[in-house]
Ligand binder design. Structure first.
Ligand code: 13P
Ligand code: ZN
Length: 270
């Protein structure tokens, strides 16, 4: 058996979680990440028939049956992942009934996957329908995006337009915009379903007064997406209380659509 700690997906996951912590997005145990893996990726790194524990998920996701996920553990600090990946992360495979997860590696101290597993798995289902190459769901608590949900309307068109106006690259990185959920109780199937519903139309979902979800084809893409939204929110929080003398006009945003061959969300630009 090859050393799983040297598997490219594991190295990338640990690096990404460490970087998220360094960015201040994941205080204490804040945030969680799930990365879908193929059977080929895990082959040689673990024995697929050796199930360590079977964990109930509390929901049904039959379309994910047989799929492997590398997932952060509940209550785990991103700060510590690099020092003990096996205690802080786990690899699970969704069972045939779609209602359990077989643990194949990790959670060595008896832990289990994140409390936001419903939001992650339901969002994977939604994003895979929109983009069969989606592999990552990433959740964290960046300060500026949170701050923005206290002072800006949560109307999705308005919220997206404001962010697009904050940095030139925003519309290029998230042309599908940002969907927003009002404050809801986290860790529940209800917020999982609501998040997945929002994931049908955008790769970013903001949880008001809580944090952000980003989806992507790999860890870099989802990280970069959240990084860019957070940068837009940071600029907004620096200028929101000041008179706005200049802005990025809708005409300029249309020019960016042409230059970068992207299409802003239908009806969001004037
Ligand atoms: P977990 O420690 O269960 O992943 O929860 C952290 C979090 O961010 C909840 O929304
Ligand atoms: Zn959270």
């Amino acid at each position: 058996m090859k050393n799983i700690l040297e598997a490219p997906f594991m190295v990338e996951m640990v690096r990404t979680l460490t970087e998220m912590y360094r960015h201040g997005w994941d205080e204490r145990n804040g945030g969680n990440v799930s990365l879908m893996l193929s059977a080929e990726q895990v082959e040689g790194y673990l024995e697929p028939d050796r199930v360590l524990r079977t964990l109930p998920t509390g929901f049904s996701a039959p379309s994910l049956a047989g799929k492997y996920f590398l997932v952060t553990g509940t209550g785990k600090y991103f700060k510590n992942v690099q020092y003990d990946p096996a205690a802080n992360l786990g690899i699970v495979r969704i069972t045939e009934d779609g209602e359990h997860a077989d643990l194949l590696w990790g959670y060595t101290d008896g832990g289990q996957f994140t409390s936001e597993f419903p939001a992650h798995m339901m969002s994977h289902v939604a994003r895979l329908k929109a983009d069969p190459e989606n592999r990552v769901i990433m959740h964290c608590h960046p300060a500026n995006i949170l701050a923005m949900t206290y002072v800006h309307t949560l109307d999705e068109r308005e919220f997206t337009r404001t962010l697009w106006q904050m940095c030139t690259e925003c519309i290029v990185v998230f042309p599908d915009g940002v969907n927003v959920l009002p404050w809801m109780l986290c860790g529940t199937n209800e917020i999982g379903l609501a998040t997945a519903e929002k994931m049908n139309t955008a790769r970013v979902v903001v949880w008001a007064q809580h944090g952000i979800y980003g989806a992507g084809r790999d860890l870099d893409e989802s990280f970069g997406l959240i990084e860019t939204v957070e940068k837009g929110a940071e600029i907004y929080m620096k200028i929101a209380h000041l008179p706005r003398v200049n802005t990025i006009s809708d005409e300029a945003l249309h020019q960016l659509e042409g230059r970068f061959n992207v299409k802003g969300r239908e009806g969001y630009l004037n």
